[in-house]
Design a protein around this ligand. Structure first.
Ligand SMILES: Cc1cc2nc3c(=O)[nH]c(=O)nc-3n(C[C@H](O)[C@H](O)[C@H](O)COP(=O)(O)OP(=O)(O)OC[C@H]3O[C@@H](n4cnc5c(N)ncnc54)[C@H](O)[C@@H]3O)c2cc1C
Length: 449
């Protein structure tokens, strides 16, 4: 059975030059870049705060894999890192992730940072519909408490992580791994208080040791816990006695765009959070005083829909560090794929072609990969750009492109490109890419010649 929805006239609620949908890393990069070019910019976010997975899923330790390498953050991300520490300090006592954000402070910082750049923000604004005029988006429809409202924009940037705007506009896409459509698991992290941080650090990083013991216990079948996650990454450890997150609870086989699957994932993961809390409290003397202070407000995903763009970045491109004339950035070679079917088969290596099970390839020496501008340009819609984890890439390639600071770089490129397209009166696909590259380089992004 199906229903026909009667057509309804929508009044225009707002009009803007550049509309960014999604206030995560990619949307922040896009909105700040666009607004700094003097364009009227509006950012829509379905939640009541910015930051995306960093703040909603406690993914605070974004660039841990750069520590000890010759690489550092670039562009708007580097600016946020520096300024948020200057503003709020850094109470993290763990050396191994000294550069993690305090996600609650970051929410407040980002409010001011976006406003200072000149971008307007509308929270509680969920987009899942567009009105097309030929091959262009004439208006985006926002679902609000007041009902649906139309927002008109010259250029739209989809930074929803799930490519919701592109999906609504009919852009072709793929989801999950090629052979069976399975995505990486969804995770609901948990925040703990009541630890003696000094004691935990007295003989080195005891939290890493606890993670190792847990893995051994899991593999020997000693934990008795149902979640199939073997790793136990811990977040910041603070003087106030907080472990800012335990990234453990994983629900497998979920479609990140299906409300039924999302509901199963939230409930399943909250159960796993209770399990790991009890396990830690009862197995380790240093953690016997812990309590849960927060369970992440929403399940987080590492991958979801990926648009089909004018270029689809492949793992071969990344492994060969293929040079693109329209490169918008270069990023250290790094992959992190949690096995979509939960079994840690394989040896963690990419091997250049595909993968079996999980992949974890840390940064080695100076190897990088490039992202072409065409991966941000969706097929079939002329005034839309895409940024973040939903750009055009194959599934394994996405396990590298999903890095938070890189998502912000693709956002920054999309914001600049949108501004250039308005200046030149062209569609985003028609801009002078050399001008875009010059702009990005001037903003601190390294682009290989
Ligand atoms: C548990 C976990 C651990 C991770 N660990 C790391 C790590 O250590 N390092 C790292 O670099 N990466 C890590 N990642 C991956 C990283 O978080 C993502 O790849 C990254 O956040 C993607 O950025 P994004 O802006 O594309 O999407 P998101 O961070 O998902 O942000 C999308 C934003 O858009 C909003 N939104 C979505 N749909 C709509 C809509 N229809 N209308 C309006 N707003 C919408 C969302 O509320 C959100 O604010 C991890 C991910 C998870 C889940």
């Amino acid at each position: 059975m199906s229903f026909i929805r009667p057509a309804k006239e929508l009044e225009m609620y707002r009009e803007t030059q550049i509309l960014v949908v999604g206030g995560g890393p990619a949307g922040i990069g896009a909105a700040v870049a666009a607004a700094r070019q003097g364009k009227k910019t509006l950012l829509l976010e379905k939640r009541g705060f910015l930051g995306g997975n960093i703040t909603a899923c406690f993914v605070e330790n974004c660039n841990y894999f750069l520590a000890g390498t010759g690489f550092s953050s670039e562009g708007i991300y580097a600016e946020i890192e520096k300024r948020s520490y200057e503003t709020y300090g850094n109470d993290n006592m763990r050396q191994r992730n000294m550069h993690a954000f305090h996600s609650e402070y970051l929410k407040v910082f980002l409010d001011g940072f976006l406003q200072e750049a000149g971008a307007d923000i509308l929270f509680h604004s969920f987009v899942n519909e567009v009105i097309m005029d030929g091959d262009a988006i004439a208006a985006v429809v926002v679902q609000t408490k007041k009902g649906p409202m139309a927002i008109k924009a010259d250029v739209v940037i989809d930074a929803t992580g799930d490519a919701d705007v592109s999906f609504a506009a009919g852009v072709p896409y793929e989801q999950g791994r090629e052979k069976d459509g399975l995505c990486q698991p969804g995770t609901v992290s948990v925040r703990l208080a009541g630890v003696d941080a000094g004691k935990l650090l007295a003989d080195g990083d005891r939290l890493s040791e606890i993670g190792r013991i847990f893995k051994e216990d899991y593999r020997a079948g000693r934990t008795g816990l149902p979640c199939r996650r073997q790793d136990l990454p811990f977040g910041r450890l603070t003087r106030a006695g907080q472990i800012s997150y335990v990234n453990y609870a994983c629900a497998y086989g979920l479609d990140p765009t299906d409300p039924g699957d999302l509901s199963r994932g939230e409930i399943e993961c909250r159960g796993y959070d209770m399990d790991i809390y009890r396990y830690l409290k009862t197995h380790f003397e240093e953690l016997k005083g812990i309590e849960i202070t927060e369970i992440a407000p929403e399940i987080g995903f590492r991958d979801s829909r990926r648009i089909r763009g004018l270029y689809r970045l492949t793992i071969d491109d990344m492994e060969s560090n293929r040079h693109f004339d329209d490169a918008i950035c270069a990023f250290p070679r790094f992959y992190d794929m949690l096995a979509p079917d939960a079994y840690m088969d394989g040896d963690g290596k990419v091997d250049g072609k595909g993968y079996a099970g999980h992949i974890y390839e840390p940064v080695v020496d100076s190897r990088t990969f490039e992202i072409p501008y065409r991966s941000l340009l969706p097929q079939g819609v002329s005034n839309l750009l895409v940024a973040g984890r939903c750009i055009s890439a194959d599934h394994v390639a996405e396990s590298g492109t999903r890095a938070i600071s890189l998502c912000m770089m693709t956002g920054q490129a999309a914001g600049d490109a949108a501004a250039l397209s308005l200046d030149g009166g062209q569609k985003p696909a028609g801009i002078d890419v050399k001008s875009l590259q010059n702009m990005l380089v001037a903003q601190g992004i390294h682009i290989p010649a």
